[in-house]
Design a protein around this ligand. Structure first.
Ligand code: ADP
Ligand code: MG
Length: 380
């Protein structure tokens, strides 16, 4: 597949004095009103700072959390510290208009969580139009949200000249590389919800030399093979008639860590008993994979190998260390995967860490995203 050149914010000759509506990826974890991980905010600053240096007036929009009433105020605290950003506690309306009107060149204004307006998720063009009305151009830097057809992502490009920011373009470049890997290539897919990941497995089994299915996804494979999976987390799909079950380059962990009536123990995947739950891959599985990891030229990894947030992080961490120590071009992503790897202090040993979860999977599967198509659909 040949890659499309996306319109970049760098292509805009005169940004000075222009009001730029920037859709950023600001969905960070918050505890007690404080941002606990500023990874995404740091990435967003690349584009924000570029726009400021060019003399633009920057109006930042984004979402946070799962509940519509959640607030971006904790993110504002960070952005105020970093770039002196102003704050407007509304999404649209007179307060927003007044705040935008008083912006000087090089200044930044953050608006409230765009999902507080129910028209955002509904993809309602009237919201897109209202947001667009305060700006001269639109920049999408929110790759991680761009698999959604929401007003701020697919709606606004209908009303403004539209470009992509540096974080977006970086994600696009790197994940495009993963779609055309150097061989030998290893794809590790873990986590949960096989129903959303089956097309990806089928596709990457053709493009990658080895595909390891791990995490709760492996439970579906064990089950389809007729193994006892006890009370393990399984998805709704039945893999018995799926071609992936018989493909030789698709592998699952041979040993697993279970918890149940006999306590925590490591057993062969064929030896799980009634009442036990598979919660991690076993150490032998990582040992088995080491030669594949060390000879790989490309490694793509999404999804933890176990229930890491509840004390079953061992093999996810061992895998992360092995990939980091390999000479392969390594691309890893997914909210939970990044969370599991953070704190090991090995982040800089990966070639690329994607901030995206669902968007990464959609992009890897289709080579595009709804919000990319929305921008490409207009000729600026
Ligand atoms: P990501 O956010 O990296 O894309 P997913 O959201 O697909 O990853 O999956 C991560 C979730 O899968 C985590 O909550 C993790 O605990 C869970 N998980 C992985 N393996 C297991 C397992 N064997 N049993 C239960 N949950 C698991
Ligand atoms: Mg997740």
């Amino acid at each position: 597949m040949s890659k499309t050149t996306l319109p970049s914010i760098r292509d805009v000759a005169a940004l000075s004095g222009k009001t730029v509506l920037l859709r950023a990826s600001l969905n960070v974890p918050v505890k007690g009103g404080t941002v606990t991980n500023a990874f995404r905010i740091k990435r967003a600053l690349l584009t924000i700072n570029y726009l400021r240096e060019q003399g633009a007036k920057v109006v930042v929009i984004g979402h946070i959390g799962r509940e519509p009433e959640e607030t971006l105020q904790p993110v504002h605290v960070e952005l105020e510290r970093a770039v002196g950003a102003k704050w407007c506690p509304s999404v649209t309306g007179e307060a927003v208009q007044a705040a935008v009107h008083s912006l000087q060149e090089g200044e930044v204004l953050l608006l409230e969580n765009v999902r507080q307006d129910p028209r955002e998720k509904a993809g309602d063009d009237s919201l897109a139009k209202e947001l667009a009305s305060v700006a001269d151009l639109y920049v999408n830097d929110a790759f991680a949200a761009s698999h959604r057809s929401h007003a701020s992502l697919t709606g606004i490009p209908q009303f403004l000249p539209s470009y992509f920011g540096f974080n977006f373009l970086h994600e696009y470049e790197e994940l495009s590389k993963a779609m055309e890997p150097q061989h030998p290539a290893l794809f590790i897919l873990g986590g949960a919800k096989f129903e959303t990941k089956l097309p990806l497995v089928a596709k990457y089994a053709k493009q990658y030399d080895t595909v390891l299915i791990g995490g709760a996804l492996a439970n579906d494979v064990y089950k389809a093979r007729g193994y006892n999976v006890g009370t393990s987390l399984v998805s709704d799909i039945d893999l018995r008639s799926e071609a992936i079950l018989t493909k030789e380059n698709i592998v699952v962990p041979a040993d697993v860590v279970v918890d149940g009536p006999q306590g925590r123990r490591t057993v062969a995947a064929t030896e799980v008993t009634e009442g036990e739950s598979i919660l991690d891959a076993g150490p032998q599985s990582i040992e088995d994979l080491l030669p594949v990891i060390s000879s790989a030229r490309t490694i793509l990894w999404n999804g933890p190998l176990g229930n890491f947030e509840h004390g079953f992080a061992e093999q996810t961490e061992a895998l992360a260390r092995a990939i980091a120590a390999s000479g392969a071009y390594s691309i890893i992503g997914g909210g939970d995967t990044i969370a599991a790897v953070e704190g090991l202090g090995i982040e800089e040993h990966f070639s690329f860490m994607s901030t995206a979860g669902g968007a990464m999977l959609t992009f890897l599967e289709t080579g595009t995203l709804p919000a990319i198509e929305a921008v490409l659909a207009r000729s600026n």
